[in-house]
Design a protein around this ligand. Structure first.
Ligand SMILES: Nc1ncnc2c1ncn2[C@@H]1O[C@H](COP(=O)(O)OP(=O)(O)O)[C@@H](O)[C@H]1O
Ligand SMILES: [Mg+2]
Length: 292
């Protein structure tokens, strides 16, 4: 099933509905987000000439991009332009797709993550992932969060596990809502709570980078606002890369924005500059809803 067919028509045309007022608001949001951002940040993830092929078909072309530490980088662009493909390169999730082949260089803290000695399980703990549709394990709320630390040997005693679970749920802004029902199934939570549970699960194994692929697209506006708030808080401790189809969301939560089109990175820059003064016509056309 294509991603587009999973999206509601309203979401698909969202950028096209931007009128002048919405655009002013977008710019104001992006400026406010920029003001909350540190002036400079070191590069956490560096990709050079990254290309991805699915069988004979090339989906990504020579992407050179620096992801800055403790910032939120938004990946934007029309459906099918390679945003998810790029995101999956960063923790080698494309390895799980048989026909996918990745070339180029991807460094995490200067270390090549495709090198032969790399432990992929450990890499995916350092670079966690949150998906479009919340996907809690068919286990209790507690076990959803405890599972990772246990298999990674991060906690030896019951008390240590409990401590990690509580801290992770607190960091994900979920603890107060679930503290009296930790033994109930993760799937008994609302969609927004499930997504925060998935974020807590990612946090529990001590990641440095969190990848989010349209994490709010299955959520209602209130749950979306809650998750966006959380993303802004998490930025203090984690490097976040988020794919979003919503220009408003990119403006609200990100400090850097990267625009993709047809498998190419069109441009990347501070979010406020990207929304006020994009260098490329393609970016301008996309954010003003001329295509998408
Ligand atoms: N598992 C896959 N097998 C084959 N082709 C794929 C697969 N995943 C993505 N593609 C193709 O790669 C291109 C980029 O897709 P994707 O990265 O999902 O774009 P986006 O996330 O921007 O919508 C599309 O042409 C899509 O059909
Ligand atoms: Mg996608």
């Amino acid at each position: 099933m294509s991603e587009d067919s999973m999206r509601s028509p309203a979401q698909r045309i969202e950028p096209a509905r931007l009128d002048h007022e919405d655009r002013e608001e977008l710019v104001a949001e992006a400026r406010a987000a920029a003001q909350r951002a540190p002036d400079e940040a070191r590069v956490k993830v560096k990709t050079r000439e990254v290309a991805v092929f699915y069988g004979a078909k090339q989906a990504l072309f020579d992407v050179d991009l620096d992801i800055r530490e403790r910032m939120v980088t938004a990946l934007i662009g029309p459906s099918g332009c390679g945003k998810s493909t790029y995101l999956r390169c960063l923790n080698r999730m494309n390895d799980t797709i048989d026909i996918a082949r990745v070339t180029g260089r991807i460094e995490l803290d200067g270390e090549d993550i495709y090198e032969s000695g790399i432990d992929v399980v450990e890499l995916r703990a350092r670079v966690g992932m949150v998906f479009q549709k919340p996907n809690p394990f068919p286990k209790s709320i507690f076990e959803n969060v405890a599972y990772g630390p246990r298999i990674h040997g991060l906690a030896a005693t019951k008390a240590e596990i409990q401590d990690i679970v509580e801290k992770s749920l607190k960091r994900a802004g979920l603890f107060e809502e679930v503290k009296d029902r930790l033994n109930e199934p993760g799937t008994s939570l609302s969609g927004g709570q499930q997504q925060r549970l998935c974020i807590a699960r990612a946090i529990a194994v001590g990641p440095e980078v969190i990848l989010m692929d349209e994490p709010c697209s299955a959520l209602d506006p209130i749950a979306t606002a809650r998750v966006e708030e959380l993303i802004d808080e998490l930025r203090q401790n984690y490097t976040i890369v988020i794919v979003t189809h919503s220009m408003q969301q990119a403006a609200r939560v990100s400090q850097r924005t990267a625009m993709f089109h047809l498998g190419n990175l069109v441009e990347e820059g501070p979010t406020d500059r990207m929304f006020t003064n994009p260098r490329e016509r393609k970016t301008q056309d996309y954010i003003t809803g001329r295509f998408g």
